[in-house]
Write a protein that binds this ligand. Structure first.
Ligand SMILES: NC(=O)c1ccc[n+]([C@@H]2O[C@H](COP(=O)([O-])OP(=O)(O)OC[C@H]3O[C@@H](n4cnc5c(N)ncnc54)[C@H](O)[C@@H]3O)[C@@H](O)[C@H]2O)c1
Ligand SMILES: [Zn+2]
Length: 361
């Protein structure tokens, strides 16, 4: 597969997704085909991505009659702040954007979430084009319409559901991603297989060496299959009423692990991989997932270079402490996403005791 495109069907908010190689050199054409008005617009990106990819994007936009103002932010999670958002608003104002001017968000999940939220709110909403460049952004954050910034102690607390007008994922950009960030993104890819597509798990098992070698066709296949799966869920549950919760497979323990290590030791996907391996063990105990499949999932995560073991003593220490403080917890129970078979997820309430007993390797 060299390239693919499909529609995310959300009524008036429906939009196309393009996945392929070399698409950064055709952003202007794709934006015009999506019906976006040329003229003034903004390209938000971070310094790392700007150095690598802003030039071809700016040039192509100009070719199609767009006049982009480049807005660069510092790379990293701390840029998802209200202070930085205010600076972005000031620059949008300086560029004299109007109600039909487009914001192009070129970068990883940080740029996508911040740029998306700026677009959702500036002038009460401007069209936004998501141009994800990291693995996490290409297989997950660019699609779904969740945009947000962080408060000092709480991630993603200020945000909006706001759908992009177009998503363009150029898999060639994944070639420059640092190894750790690349592998981290594979955790979310494996997640889609685990919760909704056993055939995808089988394909990932067979093709992992080509994937790790970042062969373009394999990357396109991964991104398309992941985004199609996410689109299927978002189409049925745009605002996270029920079904969308299964996307949190591996995330209850993963988030707790990230939080208890002050977001210093694990990248998000690394923590989610460990969380998924533990959730699979819990699934064998509480949802009938065959032990053989729990081991299959663990092996696949390991083949992708991801850890699968919780740190010793963590469950009975930091984890219990963090759950006791968790305001969303009802009584002694936590809602958990489990698998009853590989490729199918369900939610179950588990007691803290059941989690601690069943999640240990
Ligand atoms: N909105 C959602 O549904 C959703 C889903 C998942 C994650 N997120 C958010 O996404 C963020 C994490 O995203 P991320 O992992 O992409 O982080 P990121 O945006 O910080 O990117 C990671 C690093 O890779 C660099 N980078 C990006 N693309 C590159 C490329 N092609 N070549 C070289 N370097 C590149 C960036 O400059 C950065 O240093 C978090 O803030 C998270 O909350 C949002
Ligand atoms: Zn995640």
């Amino acid at each position: 597969m060299a390239s693919a495109e499909f529609l995310v069907e959300l009524g008036r908010d429906s939009h196309r997704v393009h996945v392929g190689c070399g698409l950064l050199e055709d952003i202007g054409g794709l934006a015009r085909s999506a019906g976006l008005a040329s003229g003034r617009c903004a390209l938000i990106t971070d310094f790392n991505v700007s150095r690598l990819y802003a030039k071809p994007v700016l040039e192509n936009l100009e070719c199609y009659g767009f006049h982009p103002q480049l807005i660069e932010i510092a790379p990293g999670e701390h840029s998802k702040s209200l202070a930085l958002l205010e600076q972005v608003y000031e620059q949008l104002a300086g560029a004299e954007l109007e109600r039909n001017s487009t914001i192009f968000a070129l970068g990883g999940g940080v740029v996508g979430d911040l740029g998306g939220f700026a677009a959702a709110t500036y002038l009460r909403g401007l069209p936004v084009v998501q141009i994800p460049t990291s693995m996490v952004a290409q297989v997950d954050s660019a699609l779904g319409g969740k945009t947000a910034v962080n408060l000092r102690d709480a991630k993603n607390l200020v945000g909006a559901f706001y759908q992009p007008r177009l998503i363009v994922a150029d898999v060639a950009a994944l070639g420059s991603l640092p190894e750790r960030e690349f592998r981290e993104g594979l955790a979310e890819v494996i997640k889609y297989g685990a919760i909704m597509d056993e055939g995808f798990i089988t394909w990932l098992e067979q093709e992992m060496s080509q994937i790790l070698a970042r062969e373009t066709d394999h990357l396109a296949e991964i991104v398309v299959r992941s985004l199609r799966h996410k689109a299927t869920i978002v189409e049925r549950d745009e605002r996270e009423g029920g079904l969308r919760k299964i996307l949190n497979f591996g995330h209850t323990l993963g988030h707790a692990l990230e939080a208890s290590t002050a977001y210093g030791s694990y990248l998000h996907g690394e923590a989610v991989a460990i969380g998924m391996a533990a959730a699979a063990r819990l699934s064998t105990r509480h949802a009938g997932l065959p032990a053989y499949d729990t081991e299959r999932l663990r092996k696949l995560l390991a083949a992708a270079g991801l850890g699968t073991d919780l740190p010793g003593g963590w469950l009975t220490g930091d984890f219990i402490r963090s759950l006791r403080l968790d305001k969303k917890r009802r009584g002694d129970e936590v809602e958990f996403v489990l698998l009853d078979r590989l490729g199918h997820a369900l939610t179950r309430k588990l007691t803290i005791e059941e989690i601690v007993k069943g999640a240990e390797a």
